[in-house]
Write a protein that binds this ligand. Structure first.
Ligand code: AMP
Ligand code: ZN
Ligand code: FE
Ligand code: FE
Length: 272
């Protein structure tokens, strides 16, 4: 069995719509995927419907953005009920605040002589958009000729701690974990930063964190072993996924996958 438990769609900052994500997953012979858009489950129903047609199991998921001491930390919520009040409330607020945040980043860019219109950002985000994100702004900057590609826009202006960066500020990681728990989900720390994991993990586990993302593409084997060891000694679940956002970025859907053995306990926790 091949699984990829971290995918994005046009509901947030991915480049293909949810049904197309699933079609590509089926084509790439993935058996189980999790659609984990940033702060929204707007794509989950479409993805699950496509999954039933194509015999791909689609785990309903979300990647909750949280901020602690100015750092962006992401918490994956697997097996969440998309209709749960905690998710609806989080999503409604996140969509609204992410919109305002892009407006603020546009204002900061403008102060540095970089003119981008909000409409151009909406156009890049496309009609299925739910939660806006920095990649939409980056693409609008590229389209307007301010940067030659998305990484350049991040590296010069909108990347973490750069001059036009505004944090998402949607809540503390403990709030994110609670949102997921209240929706019946399993909270897993996505791509835990090396310098924060040891200091923060015990507190997050006390707050209900159930696992950490261990298997990711382009990760050195010793790093995977380190994270796997941390998960084991803390009695945490292990997850793995590509964080795929769209084709043509050097890693196609299906290039990375984990086997059922690696994430079996997580699947069991979700009743699979
Ligand atoms: P946001 O949630 O709006 O802060 O956007 C975060 C997303 O931006 C991440 O999930 C990535 O898709 C993308 N991203 C973050 N940093 C970079 C970077 N340095 N270069 C390209 N994309 C990035
Ligand atoms: Zn993203
Ligand atoms: Fe993330
Ligand atoms: Fe992600």
């Amino acid at each position: 069995m091949r699984l990829d438990l971290h995918l994005h769609s046009t509901a947030s900052d991915g480049e293909v719509r949810p049904s197309e994500v699933v079609r590509l997953a089926a084509e790439a012979r993935l058996d189980v995927v999790a659609l984990a858009d940033h702060d929204t489950v707007a794509g989950v129903e479409e993805a699950r419907a496509a999954g039933r047609e194509r015999e791909v199991e689609v785990i309903p998921a979300i990647e909750v953005s949280t901020t602690r001491a100015g750092r962006e930390l992401h918490v994956l919520g697997y097996f969440v009920d998309p209709a749960a009040p905690s998710i609806e409330e989080h999503q409604e607020r996140a969509v609204r605040l992410r919109h305002q945040r892009i407006v603020e980043m546009i204002r900061r860019l403008d102060g540095q002589g970089i003119a981008v219109s909000f409409d151009a950002v909406l156009e890049e985000a496309g009609p299925e958009r739910s939660a806006l994100g920095r990649p939409h702004l980056a693409r609008a900057m590229v389209a307007a000729g301010h940067a030659s590609n998305v990484p350049e826009a991040f590296n010069r202006w909108i990347g973490d701690e750069h001059t036009a960066f505004v944090p998402t500020d949607l809540g503390d990681p403990l709030d994110g974990i609670r949102t997921i728990e209240d929706a019946g989900g399993v909270a897993v720390w996505a791509h835990p930063p090396r310098d924060l994991i040891d200091g923060l993990l015990p507190e997050l586990v006390r707050g209900g964190l159930r696992g950490i993302e261990v298997h990711r593409p382009r990760t050195r084997p010793d790093e995977v072993r380190r994270l796997d060891g941390i998960a084991r000694s803390a009695g945490l679940l292990v997850s793995g996924g590509s964080d795929w956002h769209g084709p043509g970025r050097g890693l196609e859907l299906g290039d990375f996958w984990v086997g059922a053995d690696e994430v079996s306990e997580l699947l069991e926790a979700g009743g699979m």
